[in-house]
Design a protein around this ligand. Structure first.
Ligand SMILES: [Mg+2]
Length: 379
């Protein structure tokens, strides 16, 4: 079995509701461009992958991912066997440094291909299955305290058992008022985490997190810029709340550095950001060895990435107990997967049984209609 053809497309989808975060520069995101990759083998199989970079989140963009795949990683893996995941990553790392989002598209498609070829779910390739469903968290973008509290109540009534509140687009005073309003509206039993998306400096972070402790939060994610591990460590040493590393965590090397510095007590995992399933599973193992839990997170992404993260979540024993961000496809208007690709029980997403590979099906017509740009590489 050899990889003989790669098709990569930039796909545009719209969000149901504009999403305001510190890194969307306050105006709110209304649409998202993602890269969809289809990888074909000489025995007629097709694996699918997706990558969802955002240039305000990390250095890659959909356009840079397309260029890296077109000129570097794509030509490098053509002709290789997709059943040797280690060799695929060694090869990709030998032709381009870093670029985890670009490598993730090929990694996820290779896992899908290998699962299909062996007749097993992707989570089997990641070590096995330790749970049969995952609770979903609901993310709330920046807005007024009243609007945010209203949305929180609506989502809790819909069955979401935990909330993820975006911070950092507004000032700390306004953000504290928002979380106060949300906590009062949903009561004390709903786990709440907040995500600052690099929006604060060291002193603002320590001062504001101390004020947040009365609202019984579970996690504060990425309070300071991704590069500033020294401040991450100082914040974690100064407050009781666990600090989660998201933008700061994008490779196994970074995971080791965060552990060495005690700079985060939760690891936020995203298959794209971390270079695909193979590398993300390594990062989860580093967290497990350090005694840290992981939060399965998402970019604004379509169902292919959600499926990849779902298989990942199935295989990781050390997850935080509250919900995970496996709802991203529910925030976009028109996913490119066929509607039967996921099963839910309330607001839990179920791990697929007896599927081959990712266990999802593309809607070819939608993919075609939503494609802005495309290239093909062939042997
Ligand atoms: Mg985050």
């Amino acid at each position: 079995m050899r990889i003989v053809r790669i098709e990569a497309s930039v796909v545009q989808v719209e969000l149901i509701k504009p999403y305001v975060t510190a890194d969307s520069r306050k105006q709110g995101m209304t649409e998202k461009h993602s890269v969809v990759l289809r990888m074909f083998t000489d025995d007629g199989l097709c694996g699918i992958g997706e990558s969802d970079p955002s240039p305000t989140f990390s250095p890659e963009s959909p356009e840079s991912v397309m260029q890296v795949i077109r000129h570097h990683t794509g030509p490098a893996v053509l002709g290789m066997a997709p059943d040797n995941l280690v060799a695929l990553h060694v090869k990709m790392d030998s032709v381009v440094l870093d670029c985890p989002f670009a490598k993730a598209a090929i990694d996820v498609a290779a896992h899908d291909l290998l699962g299909q070829a062996l007749g097993v779910p992707v989570y089997q390739l990641l070590g096995g299955q330790v749970r049969d469903q995952v609770p979903m968290i609901w993310p709330i973008g920046s807005g007024t305290p009243e609007d945010n509290a209203r949305e929180a109540v609506t989502k809790v009534e819909e069955g979401y058992g935990s909330l993820h509140i975006k911070f950092g687009a507004l000032g700390p005073e306004e953000d504290v008022a928002r979380v106060k309003a949300i906590r009062e509206a949903v009561g004390k039993d709903i786990p709440i985490m907040v995500d600052v998306n690099q929006g604060w400096d060291l002193s603002t972070a320590i001062r504001t997190i101390r004020r947040l402790e009365e609202f019984d939060l579970r996690i504060v994610e990425q309070p300071v810029p991704a590069w500033d591990l020294e401040s991450m460590a100082k914040i974690q040493a100064s407050v009781d709340l666990p600090i989660s590393a998201d933008e700061s965590l994008y490779s196994p090397h970074r995971a080791m550095e965060l552990v060495r510095r005690d700079a985060a007590r939760v690891f936020s995992l995203k298959t794209g950001k971390c270079g695909g399933l193979f590398r993300t599973r390594q990062i989860a193992a580093i967290a497990e060895a350090a005694g840290l839990p992981c939060f399965v997170n998402s970019m604004i992404e379509m169902g292919i990435s959600v499926a990849a993260s779902l298989h990942l979540a199935a295989s990781i024993p050390n997850l935080v107990e509250h919900g995970h961000a496996l709802m991203s496809n529910l925030r976009i208007k028109d996913d490119i997967l066929l509607p039967d690709s996921f099963r839910y029980e309330g607001r839990n997403i179920l791990i697929p049984e007896k599927c081959k590979g990712l266990g999802i099906r593309l809607d070819e017509e939608k993919l075609e209609r939503r494609t802005l740009d495309r290239f093909v590489l062939e042997i």
